[in-house]
Write a protein that binds this ligand. Structure first.
Ligand SMILES: Nc1ncnc2c1ncn2[C@@H]1O[C@H](COP(=O)(O)OP(=O)(O)O)[C@@H](O)[C@H]1O
Ligand SMILES: [Mg+2]
Length: 319
């Protein structure tokens, strides 16, 4: 179990076009070049395109073959890429309904994912906040949210984090009607009657027992998210991560960390139609250096021993 804790990383972010796939790919390339065995998984079941980025036009096998049980094990759908040490499991958007696999299909997939033989498994998630996307994100012990300095991307990143927290709370308290009613009043849009912050939800939970309050607190502290600000054109823009961090702290009680920034790189955007050639040329470029830094931090954090006790969790303040 501990192993999966270190190796499975999900890359989400809510908005399309912010660079989730590029971040997954380039982080994977850097991890592989640093000597790690990497598997990229295209979990964007509605708009998969990670295979195109590694130069695979028509994947021989995709996740669809696994989900529809055409193959027995997930190992059979792993394909190689032009990068040594880096393999890929291609996405599947060609099959009706695949973007919303059934619960049992999802569970089987997640169970197989954790058995994959790799140092790092990177999940490239789809845009939006569909339950499937959020469930992949919640399942992965390591969670990355990608955003750009654009205001819409900041909003979507926060929306994605909020949706994840509430999906998690709904799941944990799924059999507790009293708690669910309170959670629902917090997640509903503010209309004068709703509770608009986790702090207020925590206050409302005082009407319930100590055990459930503690559960709520544990959920909030469990959700550990790291941010990557992508397509930076000006160093000052990296402050956008502070906006997400402070809003998430103030309204959701979640502590978010920075994983790094990636500069806007003309070579990267102009190579998009031939990424495979770009990758094998091994030219670093501005963004390439950023991705090495990110990969190094990921390696470091995966080597960090999990502390025995993380100390007393903080109580979120009502606002
Ligand atoms: N750091 C960057 N510099 C320049 N262009 C980038 C950068 N990151 C992503 N892009 C470009 O943005 C577009 C969208 O990226 P993509 O990874 O497909 O987004 P998403 O997966 O979030 O939808 C691509 O055309 C890609 O080349
Ligand atoms: Mg993508």
């Amino acid at each position: 179990m501990d192993e999966i804790k270190n190796k499975l990383w999900a890359v989400g972010g809510g908005k399309g076009g912010v660079g989730k796939s590029i971040v997954t790919l380039m982080t994977g390339v850097s991890l592989a070049r640093l000597g790690n065995k990497v598997i990229l998984v295209d979990a964007d079941l509605g708009g998969s395109n990670l295979h195109t980025l590694v130069g695979i036009r028509y994947p021989k096998y995709t996740l669809a073959d696994f989900i529809s049980k055409k193959v027995e094990t997930i190992n059979e759908v792993i394909l190689s890429t032009p990068i040594e040490n880096m393999n890929i499991i291609c996405g599947a958007d060609d099959i009706l309904g695949m973007a919303n696999p059934k619960y049992t299909q999802k569970t089987r997939l997640l169970n197989h994912l954790k058995k994959l033989d790799a140092d790092f498994i990177l999940l490239d998630l789809g845009a939006g906040t569909s339950f499937t996307t959020i469930d992949f994100f919640l399942y992965a012990p390591n969670k990355i949210v990608v955003l750009t300095p654009q205001i819409t991307s900041i909003q979507n990143a926060y929306g994605f984090i909020k949706a994840s927290l509430f999906r998690y709370l709904n799941d944990v308290f799924s059999k507790d009607d009293q708690a669910l009613a309170l959670i629902k009043s917090t997640s509903a849009p503010v209309d004068g009657e709703g509770l608009d912050s986790i702090g207020k939800l925590f206050e409302a939970f005082k009407a319930l027992d100590e055990g459930r309050r503690e559960m709520l607190l544990n959920c909030i502290n469990d959700l550990k998210i790291k941010l990557i600000v992508n397509m930076l054109k000006d160093a000052r823009e990296k402050n956008v991560s502070n906006i997400v961090k402070s809003v998430a702290k103030n309204y959701l009680g979640i502590t978010i960390e920075d994983l790094g920034v990636v500069q806007f790189d003309n070579i990267l955007s102009s190579s998009i139609n031939n990424m495979a050639a770009f990758l094998t040329r091994k030219r670093e470029g501005l963004a390439g250096i950023n991705f090495y830094g990110i990969a190094q931090d990921i390696i470091k954090s995966s080597q960090k021993a999990t502390p025995l006790s993380a100390g007393a969790p903080e109580t979120p303040a009502a606002r």
